[in-house]
Ligand binder design. Sequence first.
Ligand SMILES: [Zn+2]
Length: 225
Amino acid sequence: MPPRGPSSPAGTPRDVVKRGPAYPRTVDALIAQFASLPGIGRRSAERLAFHVLKSDGPTAEALANAILDVKRHVRHCEVCWNLSDSSLCDVCADERRDRRTVLVVEQPRDLVALEQTSMFRGIYHVLMGRLSPLDGIGAGDLTVAGLVERIDNPGKNAGGEPVAEVILGLNPTIEGDGTAMYLSDILKERQVKVTRLARGLPTGSQLEYANKAVLTDAIQSRQTF
Ligand SMILES: [Zn+2]
C-alpha cells in the first residue's frame, strides 16, 4: 500500500475515498482526444489540452475550424490521389509539369517531401499504402487500378497526355520492394519505361558506418563520374 498523501481528507477511511476524474469531464474528453492521436502520450495530451485551455477564444476556434475544414474540404485528386482542395491537385493542374513522367509514392507525405526538393518536374501517383500480405493489404486496397488506367488510357492522365515513364519511388523496405516488384510486373507488359529511385549512401554519411544493405544498394546503383 502506498502511503497516503497529505491531500487525503483527514479522518476518511482509505477505502472510502472516492477516486473520481481529476479534471472536469470536458477537459478529460479533450485530453482523451489528443491522446488518441498518433505519437501523443497521456502527458503530451495533457500539455496540449492545457495549451488550448490557456488560449484565447479565437485561437482555440481557429484550431477547431482547421480540423473541421480538413474533413469538409480536402479530398483526393482525381488523377493522382494526392490530397487536394479541388478535383485536380496543384501538381496535376500545373501545365508546366512533365505529365509524361509519373513518380509512384506510397503516401501524400512522400510526395510533399519530394516536392520540397524542387528537383522533380514530373507528376505523381499516390498508392495510399503498400502491399502487405501479413496485414491483409492487397492491390485492391491501393490505387493500383487507377495507375494502370492512367497508363492504358491517356485521357485519365493529367492533361490527357500519355505516360512515357513510371518511376517507382516506394520506400526501401521489404514491403516497399515487394510492391515495386508487383508494379513492375504489371507495367512491363505496357509501352512504358519503368525506373526506380536510386539508393545508396546518404550525403554526409561514412562508409564504415553504413550497413550491408545500404552498401549493396550503393554499389549496384553506382553512377558514371
Ligand atoms: Zn494530382
